[in-house]
Design a binder for this molecule. Structure first.
Ligand code: ZN
Length: 113
């Protein structure tokens, strides 16, 4: 379950940002997670409850923003909902579309006081 290490790193970064700002407590952490990032939101939430213990983020609210996977078809010059990494365009069935979104796995915001 690599979500634990992802979450450990997210909390470490959030705590570092809060400490650098002289904050006493993290009140919120928002993550942006693409549907093709390989990280499951439920597993991240589960990991969050463990790794935030005894940190500045202990009482913070976690918010996970799910980013749907989208690709770009150069033939149709159109964006489409990507089902997987193959990036097949649903209109012309041309493979090799450029994956534009869906791989995100990042901290969108850290709120602290
Ligand atoms: Zn197409």
């Amino acid at each position: 379950m690599h979500e634990v290490s992802i979450m450990t790193e997210a909390v470490r970064l959030a705590v570092a940002a809060a400490q650098a700002a002289g904050a006493r407590q993290i009140t919120g952490l928002r993550l942006r997670v693409g549907t093709l990032s390989g990280a499951a939101p439920e597993a991240l939430t589960f990991a969050w409850d463990i790794v935030r213990r005894d940190t500045l983020a202990e009482r913070a609210q976690l918010e996970i923003e799910t980013i749907p996977a989208t690709g770009w078809c150069a033939t149709c010059r159109a964006e489409f909902a990507a089902a997987d990494f193959l990036g097949e365009c649903p209109r012309c069935h041309e493979p090799g579309g450029q994956l534009q979104h869906g791989r995100e796995l990042e901290i969108a915001a850290v709120d602290f006081i």
